[in-house]
Design a protein around this ligand. Sequence first.
Ligand code: ATP
Length: 503
Amino acid sequence: MPDNANERMDKLTALCKRRGFIFQSSEIYGGIGGFWDYGPLGVELKRNIKNAWWEDIVRKRDDIVGLDCSIIMNPKVWEASGHVGGFSDPMVDCKNCKARFRADKVCTVTFHDGDELLLHVGVEGDTENLKDVFDAATAKANSKTRRRIEKAGENLKAECWRADRQAEVALLCPNCGGGLTEPRQFNLMFETFIGAMQDSSSKAYLRPETAQGIFCNYKNVLDTTRIKLPFGIAQIGKSFRNEINPRNYTFRSREFEQMEIEFFCHPNEADKWYEYWRDARYQWYVGLGLTSSKLRLRDHEPDELAHYARACADIEYEFPFGISELEGVANRTDFDLSQHQKFSGRDLSYFDDETKERFVPYVIEPSGGIDRATLAFLCEAYIEDEAPDDKGQMQQRTVMKFHPRLAPIKLAVFPLVKKEGMPEIARRIYEDVQATGMTAFYDEKGAVGRRYRRQDEAGTPFCVTVDGQTIEDRTVTIRDRDTLKQDRIPADEVVAYVRQRLG
Ligand code: ATP
């Protein structure tokens, strides 16, 4: 990570801890790698993301229904899905420092000037993004080599050798430059046992994705609702993967939450629905505030596709630690339903009453991670700018510019001073807002400027202050987090004002 990106990530993680967005799991015992807890502000943010998804995907549509499946399922599910045996990322180890890397996320870069080898280094990162990889390699060169690289001009031959593909050079460790092992498989599913006996007959798994619960209930949903093709089933829930290398804060965790849709359609319509979901899912993130050029949609190259997938695109975000996947949208054909048909012996085909056609539907799967979305919204929201203090002097401030729909607290209410009846009026406004179901915060401690700062860091879009004038004419000031503009409005219009702006 470049220094300023490192610094930005450090500042964000410090703020998340200080203000109660994210804590390390079991911190008082030294933590546990790959597991995270969401604090009072973080849990509201994450819940708002889940609620936004559920409202937009399930409640506002009549072609999608919801589901909530068990985490532990019959182990045969995971044989059918290909997870038992197949669900593992090939890994490579450094023979020298013993660091372990996902083979598709580490490569070795060589730079030649004509026939002369200028640089030969290991680099970690998304090898789909060659510019970043070459920049990272150049950053590892000493200044003399860097000058040679710059001077080589058109003679420069830059090559990137992925650790999971055939390479014509020795593959090197990004940490220490030592040699890497061949890629090896590691099963990523957490195992557990059901009942008293702990043997192979009682072995079960914590689900590594929520999708399979949907496929297993596809027939139940069809039989119990009036829904007809094309339709989707949506689920939000925890998934578990024993990631070899959890890192980048919450980005790669061992326990995480997914929001998945399986959208069933006629095979002839699958391309159309794939396009639809690919664009709709991208726009969903934009609509909730990921508006910067950091968000992008990347279509997979044909050689990246899983053997059963016909098309796949990743919605990616440029985190300070690199460009990484938030959500994948794939045309999974009839692979999953056909597999479950084969392994369960149940008929999972669909009969179209109108055309009298029987077929196994194709599936379009938009599969997103809530923790990754939360992290992207946190990164995007984090802004450092200037705001006036109590004396009107401009001071640096840190502000979390969350989309109002996602902000953990919608409104804070302050009495200017703790006397002259101001706390009572402020408290009443606070209670009125709370009664509507909106999250609100009451604060009467310290200078008003400091109270604003605290709310800026929490990402609260509106702050109401009850002051001397309120006692005279029942008006209050309401301050906008982003524009810093203060409006004076009647105290009994606060709820309507905030509601209107929350959309
Ligand atoms: P990656 O290549 O980053 O491991 P993936 O392609 O294996 O991800 P999928 O199996 O497609 O991921 O899972 C769907 C979504 O679930 C991902 O887009 C991501 O948002 C989320 N997800 C997957 N693994 C993790 C993890 N270890 N921690 C947090 N979120 C995850």
